[in-house]
Design a protein around this ligand. Structure first.
Ligand SMILES: [Zn+2]
Length: 133
């Protein structure tokens, strides 16, 4: 699973870079379960400065999700990372990260029954309002 997971990330990042889009380099690392205390916490992207790679740290629980959810969560993070690469580290929103992911990959982000991003179609195509903005 982990090998496939890494290939998914490389494929998506290559897809972005192949379009000539300015996108930061990323270091992907598995974090400790304790760093992801909430049920919906699966990944975080950490900005380390303009000339440093972004660290994309994921929960071991991410690997237990279905394919669509793993991709949905990663693409949401890529949305955040795009903003990091364009000088907007702190002020962009969660909704904007979803929208940027949709724009980068040309496919919608949905929310599953646990209110988590997925690329598999569901009836929730807009970020549920009770989630952090
Ligand atoms: Zn987010």
């Amino acid at each position: 699973m982990k090998k496939l997971f890494e290939q998914l990330i490389i494929k998506d990042v290559d897809f972005i870079k192949d379009q000539g889009i300015n996108f930061p380099d990323i270091i992907v690392e598995q974090g400790h379960i304790s760093e992801f205390p909430k049920k919906r916490d699966f990944a975080m992207s950490i900005y380390n400065g303009k000339y440093e790679p972004v660290v994309l740290r994921y929960s071991p629980r991410l690997l237990e999700q279905d394919f669509g959810t793993i991709i949905g969560i990663l693409r949401h993070e890529f949305g955040h990372i795009w903003f990091f690469g364009h000088g907007n580290v702190k002020t962009h929103t969660e909704v904007q990260a979803d929208k940027k992911a949709e724009e980068l990959f040309g496919t919608p982000i949905f929310y599953n029954k646990d209110y988590i991003q997925t690329i598999y179609p569901t009836k929730y195509s807009i970020r549920p309002h009770h989630l952090p903005k």
